[in-house]
Design a protein around this ligand. Structure first.
Ligand code: ZN
Length: 148
């Protein structure tokens, strides 16, 4: 089975402060914040907004060493990454690597919302930081050989 990109899952947006950005999304755009969650593996706090099937993920650094803190320093606030939902995150990474892309994560890590996530290096994705994600529950069942 080869990995298939199913949809854009979410857009990651770097902000200095979720609290400061909330009124824009909630009042100006009239969207509802689904949940706020801290993701220790990325040293960020995230806030999710549903926009149809696609979500917006606000990312606020919780530590100066956070990748988001570094992004804010060099690029400022704004769109940080595009996340694609994939049917097979491990296969997707293998495919990207085989085609010559640099991976930021060789193995998926724990992301927000109970998902496994992994990033490609922006230097090999034409300036767009690319994330793959897959719900952990799906990854577990697709990784189980006894079901096939
Ligand atoms: Zn993301």
């Amino acid at each position: 089975m080869s990995a298939v990109i199913q949809k854009i899952d979410h857009l990651g947006i770097a902000v200095k402060s979720i609290e400061a950005a909330l009124p824009y999304y909630e009042k100006t755009l009239g969207m509802k914040c689904g949940h706020v969650e801290e993701v220790p593996s990325q040293k960020v706090r995230t806030a999710f907004f549903a926009c149809g099937e696609v979500h917006l993920e606000l990312l606020e650094p919780t530590d100066p060493e956070s990748p988001i803190a570094k992004f804010l320093e060099t690029r400022g606030e704004g769109i940080h990454h595009i996340a694609f939902a994939t049917s097979d995150i491990t296969g997707q990474l293998a495919q990207a690597k085989a085609s010559g892309a640099r991976l930021l994560h060789e193995v998926p890590i724990d992301g927000a919302g109970g998902k496994l996530v992994a990033f490609l290096h922006p230097k090999s994705s034409f300036g767009v930081l690319t994330e793959f994600c897959q719900p952990k529950s799906e990854a577990d069942s697709s990784g189980c050989c006894c079901k096939h």
